[in-house]
Design a protein around this ligand. Structure first.
Ligand code: 5RP
Length: 224
C-alpha cells in the first residue's frame, strides 16, 4: 500500500450507509473510488456524484451508480485529492483540470475530506502552478489580467492538444511560485472577467488525510 492508497482507505471509513458521496478526481481519488466500490460490493448503499466525466466513467466501470448533481439536494461527504495543502488546510487543486466541478461538489458537501500523500504538504502554496479555468472567448485578454497579479499564465495542453475542461473551458496554469495571501488572490482572480474559477480551495477542507509509504496516516483538522 502506498501513501495515496492509505489516505484513501482511511477516508472511505467516513462513508456511512445511506449517504450521498462526492467522488473526487485524480490518482489519489481513484483509490477512494476503488475502496468505495469494494464497500458497495459488500452491501453499502450510497448515492454517488462525480467531480468529472473521467471519475464518472471509472466509478461506473467499478459498478457504482452515478447520479447527476441536479438530482441530489445535498452531499454528505466529498473525498478528493489535492495538488498542494498547507497547514491552514488551504489547497491548490485542478492539476487534473477538474477544479470547477470539484469546487461545486465540495461546496455542496457537508464534509469535504482531502486525501494526499506526504508530497502534497507545503508550507506556502504556489510552487505548483495554480490552475485557473477561463472561458475561451478572449482568453488572451483574460490571461493578461491574470498575469498582472504577478504570475506567468500558461495555456494548458495535454498530449499535444489544447486541453478543454468538462465544462468546455480552457485552463491557464499560473506560475506564482509563492502565494503569500491565498484568500486575497482567490477573490482577485475570480473578479476578473472571463475567469470561471480558480484552483484555490480556501477554508473548505474539514480535514486532510496524509498517507505515508508505510501505510500509516495522519489526519489534519483545522483544530490541529
Ligand atoms: C484534479 C485535482 C486532483 O485532485 C489533484 O490534481 C491531485 O491529483 P493526484 O491525486 O493525481 O495527485 O484537483 O483536478
Amino acid at each position: 500500500m502506498n501513501g495515496k492508497q492509505a489516505a484513501a482507505l482511511k477516508a472511505v471509513e467516513y462513508i456511512q450507509d445511506g449517504m450521498t458521496v462526492g467522488l473526487g478526481t485524480g490518482s489519489t481519488a481513484y483509490w477512494a473510488i476503488d475502496y468505495t466500490a469494494q464497500r458497495i460490493a459488500r452491501g453499502l448503499h450510497i448515492t454517488a456524484v462525480a467531480t468529472s466525466e473521467d471519475t464518472a466513467r471509472i466509478a461506473r466501470e467499478k459498478g457504482i451508480v452515478i447520479s447527476g448533481i441536479e438530482e441530489v439536494d445535498h452531499i454528505d461527504i466529498d473525498i478528493d485529492g489535492a495538488d498542494e495543502a498547507d497547514s491552514h488546510l488551504n489547497l491548490i487543486k485542478g492539476g487534473g483540470g477538474a477544479l470547477l466541478r470539484e469546487k461545486i461538489v465540495a461546496k455542496a458537501s457537508r464534509r469535504f475530506i482531502v486525501i494526499a500523500d506526504e508530497s502534497k504538504l507545503v508550507s506556502t502554496l504556489g510552487k505548483f502552478p495554480l490552475p485557473v479555468e477561463v472561458i475561451p472567448f478572449g482568453w488572451q485578454h483574460t490571461s493578461r489580467h491574470i498575469a498582472a497579479l504577478g504570475c506567468t499564465p500558461v495555456l494548458r495542453y495535454k498530449e499535444g492538444r489544447l486541453f478543454v475542461t468538462d465544462s468546455g473551458n480552457y485552463i491557464l496554469d499560473c506560475h506564482f511560485h509563492q502565494i503569500t495571501d491565498a484568500p486575497r488572490l482567490d477573490i482577485q482572480l475570480n473578479g476578473i472577467a472571463g475567469v470561471v474559477d480558480n484552483g484555490l480551495f480556501i477554508n473548505m477542507a474539514e480535514r486532510v488525510i496524509i498517507g505515508s509509504a508505510d501505510g500509516s496516516v495522519k489526519e489534519w483538522t483545522i483544530d490541529g
